[in-house]
Design a binder for this molecule. Structure first.
Ligand code: SF4
Ligand code: SF4
Length: 483
C-alpha cells in the first residue's frame, strides 16, 4: 500500500444557483492580468450546453486525455510520431475563437467624449489589439442560461436525445462549476516536453513551474477538461493553483469561500497510489467504482501506519478522518468524478442534481396525490445524461446517489412536518438515521469550518516529503505517456 494524500473539492450540483461569484472571486485574485484576460480557472457552465472553451467535452475533436490502448494507457492525441510532427502546430488545440477575444468596454467615453449632438456610447475594445470591435460574437459564458436553445444545448455531447430541448415539457437545466481537477493521472503533466508541470507530493495540487515552461502548449491539448491556458503575454502555460497560498494556511480556496450557494466541500482523501494504473485500465462504466475503491479508510490503523511511513503528518490524518470529502465520495458514494472516461482520474467530485423536485410540467396531479418528491424514473434530468457526465456511462452509480438524495428529502420533510418518518425508506437507499442526519447537516446548515477541513502546511519544515511530487504516481514513470 502506497498511501498518498490529496486535497479534494466536492460540488453539490443541486445547490448551485449559477451566480458566477466563484468565477469572479478567482479572476480577481489570479487572472486579472494582461495575457490572462480570457482565462477562467474557475468557470460555471449551463448544462445542457457547449461549455467553455466551446465543446470541450468532445474528445473526437480535441483528442484530450488518455485511452486504454490494448492494455496500455497512452495519451489520446499524442504519441511519438504526432508529438514530433506537432511540435510547432497542434491541430487539436483550441484556438482563440474556441474561447473568445477578450474585450473591455470604453466607459470613459461616456463622460469624457467631446460635446456633440449625440449621446456618447461605450465602445467594445479588444484587450489583445486595443482596437474597437464591431461585434462581440463569443464570450466566456456565451450559452449561459440558454439550455433551451437548439443552437447551443443541442450540441452538448452528453445529450443522447437532443429532441428533448424542443419539448418544453421535458426540458431541463442545471449548472456545472468547473476548475482544474488536480488529477491523479494528469494528462497535462504527462504531455509536457519540458517537464514543467508537476503534482505536489503533500496535497496533490498540479502546478506549472513558470521558470521551466517553454510554452509548447502540449498541456493545453492534452488536458481533456481544457483547464490549462496559454498566457499570450508571458508565453507560458497557466492553470488553477488550487489557491495553495490560502490552503497552506488552512484557508479554503477563493471560489469555495465566496460560494453563495455553499455548494462546495473541501477535505483530504487518502488513496493507494499503487492501484491507480490498474484502476484506469477498467472499462469506462467501471471507472467510477475503480476510482472509489482506491480511496482508503483514514480510520484504519494499517492505513494510518502506511501513511506515516510515507511522511503524511498526523494533522493531515486527523483532517482525513473528519473530511467531508471522505463522507461524500467514499462513505456515501454520492459524489462522482466528472467524465471518468477521460482517464486522468479527476479529483473534483460532483453530487448529481435532483432538481427540480416537480418532475415535469403536467405532473401536478401526481404531485398532489403522491407528495412533492418524484420517483427516480420521473426525474426531469435524464439518467443517461447524468451518467454520461458523471458515471462513465454507468447509470447505476448515478441512481445510487440520487436515491439517497430522494430518501433524505422525503425523510426530513416528514420529520419537519411532524409526520411519521419511516427509517425503512432510508435503509432502502443505503442510509440510516445517523448518516442521514449527518448528510442533512452538511447539505444545509454546515458552517465554513464543517464544509472545509483543510490542514495547514509548513513546506520549509517538511523536507524531503514536501519536495515536488514528480509527474504523478507510478503510472507516469514512463515519460510523456509513450514519447
Ligand atoms: S489534466 Fe487534470 S490536472 Fe491537468 S490541467 Fe487538466 S484537469 Fe488539471
Ligand atoms: S458561487 Fe457557488 S452557487 Fe454561485 S455559481 Fe459558483 S459554485 Fe454555483
Amino acid at each position: 500500500m502506497n498511501v498518498r494524500s490529496q486535497l479534494v473539492m466536492v460540488f453539490n450540483l443541486d445547490k448551485c444557483i449559477g451566480c458566477h461569484t466563484c468565477s469572479i472571486a478567482c479572476k480577481n485574485i489570479w487572472t486579472d492580468r494582461q495575457g490572462a484576460e480570457y482565462m477562467w480557472w474557475n468557470n460555471v457552465e449551463t448544462k445542457p450546453g457547449i461549455g467553455y472553451p466551446k465543446n470541450w467535452e468532445d474528445q473526437e475533436h480535441y483528442k484530450g486525455g488518455w485511452i486504454n490502448d490494448g492494455g496500455e494507457l497512452r495519451l489520446k492525441g499524442l504519441g511519438k510520431g504526432p508529438t514530433l510532427l506537432n511540435m510547432f502546430f497542434q491541430p487539436n488545440m483550441p484556438a482563440i475563437t474556441d474561447y473568445y477575444e477578450p474585450f473591455d468596454v470604453d466607459y470613459a467615453n461616456l463622460h469624457g467624449a467631446p460635446k456633440g449632438d449625440d449621446q456618447p456610447t461605450a465602445d467594445i475594445v479588444s484587450q489583445i489589439s486595443g482596437q474597437k470591435m464591431e461585434e462581440v460574437t463569443s464570450g466566456p459564458n456565451w450559452d449561459d442560461d440558454l439550455s433551451g436553445s437548439g443552437q447551443h444545448a443541442a450540441n452538448d455531447p452528453n445529450l443522447a436525445d437532443a429532441s428533448i430541448i424542443e419539448d418544453y415539457g421535458r426540458i431541463f437545466m442545471q449548472y456545472l462549476p468547473r476548475l482544474c481537477n488536480h488529477c491523479l493521472n494528469p494528462a497535462c503533466a504527462a504531455s509536457c516536453p519540458s517537464r514543467a508541470i508537476y503534482k505536489r507530493g503533500e496535497d496533490g495540487v498540479v502546478l506549472v513551474d513558470q521558470n521551466i515552461c517553454k510554452g509548447w502548449r502540449f498541456c493545453t491539448s492534452a488536458c481533456p477538461y481544457k483547464k490549462v491556458y496559454y498566457n499570450w503575454t508571458t508565453g507560458k502555460a497557466e492553470k488553477c493553483i488550487f489557491c495553495f497560498p490560502r490552503t497552506e494556511t488552512g484557508q479554503c480556496n477563493a471560489c469555495s469561500h465566496s460560494c453563495v450557494g455553499r455548494i462546495r466541500y473541501l477535505g483530504v482523501l487518502l488513496y493507494d497510489a499503487d492501484g491507480v494504473e490498474q484502476a484506469l485500465k477498467q472499462p469506462d462504466d467501471k471507472l467510477v467504482e475503480a476510482q472509489r475503491a482506491l480511496i482508503l479508510d483514514p480510520h484504519d490503523p494499517a492505513v494510518q501506519q502506511a501513511a506515516r511511513k510515507n511522511n503524511i503528518p498526523d494533522h493531515w490524518l486527523d483532517a482525513a478522518c473528519n473530511s467531508p470529502a471522505y463522507t461524500l465520495v467514499k462513505e456515501q458514494g454520492m459524489a462522482l468524478p466528472l467524465h471518468a472516461e477521460f482517464r486522468t482520474m479527476p479529483m473534483a467530485y460532483y453530487i448529481p442534481s435532483l432538481s427540480p423536485v416537480i418532475a415535469k410540467h403536467g405532473d401536478l396531479h401526481e404531485v398532489a396525490k403522491h407528495g412533492l418528491i418524484p420517483a427516480l424514473e420521473q426525474l426531469r434530468v435524464p439518467l443517461d445524461y447524468l451518467a454520461s457526465l458523471l458515471g462513465g456511462g454507468n447509470q447505476q452509480v448515478v441512481t445510487q446517489s440520487l436515491a439517497k438524495l430522494i430518501a433524505l428529502r422525503v425523510w426530513m420533510r416528514a420529520k419537519n412536518l411532524g409526520e411519521t418518518a419511516d427509517p425503512a425508506l432510508l435503509a432502502e437507499a443505503g442510509l440510516d438515521e445517523t448518516s442521514a442526519t449527518k448528510l442533512y447537516r452538511l447539505f444545509t446548515v454546515a458552517n465554513y469550518r464543517e464544509r472545509s477541513i483543510i490542514p495547514g502546511q509548513q513546506r520549509e519544515m517538511k523536507e524531503p516529503y514536501l519536495r515536488k511530487g514528480g509527474r504523478g504516481f507510478g503510472i507516469l514513470k514512463t515519460p510523456r505517456g509513450g514519447l
